[in-house]
Design a binder for this molecule. Sequence first.
Ligand SMILES: O=c1ccn([C@@H]2O[C@H](COP(=O)(O)OP(=O)(O)O[C@H]3O[C@H](CO)[C@@H](O)[C@H](O)[C@H]3O)[C@@H](O)[C@H]2O)c(=O)[nH]1
Length: 325
Amino acid sequence: MTWLVTGGAGYIGAHVVKAMTDAGERVVVLDDLSTGRAERLPAGVPLETGTVLDHPRVAEVLRAHAVTGVVHIAGKKQVAESIEKPLHYYRENVEGLRVLLDAAAGTGVSRFLFSSSAAVYGMPDVPLVTERTPCLPISPYGETKLAGEWLVTAAGAAHGMATASLRYFNVAGAATPELGDDGATNLVPMVFDRVEAGTPPLVFGADYPTPDGTCVRDYIHVEDIASAHVAAARRLTADRTASLVLNIGRGEGVSVAEMIGIVQRVTGDADLRPRVVARRPGDPARVVASVDRIRTELGWEARHDVRAMVASAWAARRPRQRSRA
Ligand SMILES: O=c1ccn([C@@H]2O[C@H](COP(=O)(O)OP(=O)(O)O[C@H]3O[C@H](CO)[C@@H](O)[C@H](O)[C@H]3O)[C@@H](O)[C@H]2O)c(=O)[nH]1
């Protein structure tokens, strides 16, 4: 197999590229470098620049490297931005995927792995979200991921591709300091920002129907996300007819208050009491994965706990802060 990883120079993509190459897979990266960085790639992994929206360019890359499998990670991923720019999100995430699938089917690609998201579930009202829980996304971002899954499954069936859509829960952490997340739009990096500024971390609502009143999520180390892709790629390689939809999480809920406590212990900055502010619109009280299906289908489970996740994210952050100073 030769795998094309789209978005391979991004935060999650680069972790997947590292894990796949460490596991001995042959990998090529396609990235438009809009948020990706070439330095994230391991030596020897070819980087092709370009967007998945450019059909001739995608077909050229697939042919030039005799690609047989695709791992599609490129895409837009900010919920709030998707509400402001739905047309942009549908173009990048749905049209980009359609073009990529068309080029893949036309060049003999037989395996296709797609990055989906727990955002497809919207506001699930169940303790553990299984893959059978109804998908009712509440943002254009979540809609594009759900439409993407439908497209992947249908195109796989029609064009003889084995497929898997992987629904990531809340991703955090870094395998190495160089591979850290540059964005600051999620809980862990936002608490780091507050700690560094010497200001109290913010809790967006403490009146949810949860044990401590703050929202509960299923945080998963990006290295575990990456190892799940290796397991899925192996499964698709062995099973030409696979058509999978799988949650990737730890199956364990962590509240915002608990997460802030862990960040404060890791950063050694536990003096400031978190400040409770208004709820952020659109936040579900609890989203925690059932991980039974991925365990059964791939024999995979997460290895890293939440403290390791936060510690690795903090280690990745400090060198960059120093280099900016
Ligand atoms: O300073 C902060 C930042 C966040 N939160 C809360 O922390 C929780 C987690 O927030 P965040 O890290 O932004 O993640 P989610 O809103 O759960 O969304 C993430 O996880 C989803 C999958 O579950 C993905 O679809 C999204 O792309 C990804 O941003 C939420 O309850 C937020 O209200 C705070 O209380 N204070």
